[in-house]
Write a protein that binds this ligand. Structure first.
Ligand SMILES: [Zn+2]
Length: 84
């Protein structure tokens, strides 16, 4: 039986959470287009970019860990990494 690397699980969870948060902020932003002021839109847009950055960082950390630790053969990891 294969043991899943606990650190990888943590990083995967972070990727999953980050991608959900980013998707929600993107959906929220899309829903607000044309209904809010330019300033408000830019504020929401910068928040969305912040979440996207967090997602990118989480993915980079996961990839880095898998490369360094040699634990990157989990299909769930691939799904989390490739989800966009
Ligand atoms: Zn690992």
């Amino acid at each position: 039986m294969k043991v899943t690397c606990p650190e990888k699980r943590v990083l995967q969870d972070r990727c999953t959470t980050s991608s959900h948060v980013y998707a929600e902020s993107l959906a929220f932003l899309s829903a607000k287009v044309g209904t809010v002021s330019k300033q408000e839109y830019e504020r929401l847009h910068s928040i969305m970019l912040h979440f996207r950055k967090q997602l990118e960082m989480a993915r980079i950390e996961l990839e880095k860990h898998k490369t360094e630790h040699g634990c990157g053969d989990d299909p769930k990891a691939m799904a989390a990494t490739n989800a966009n």
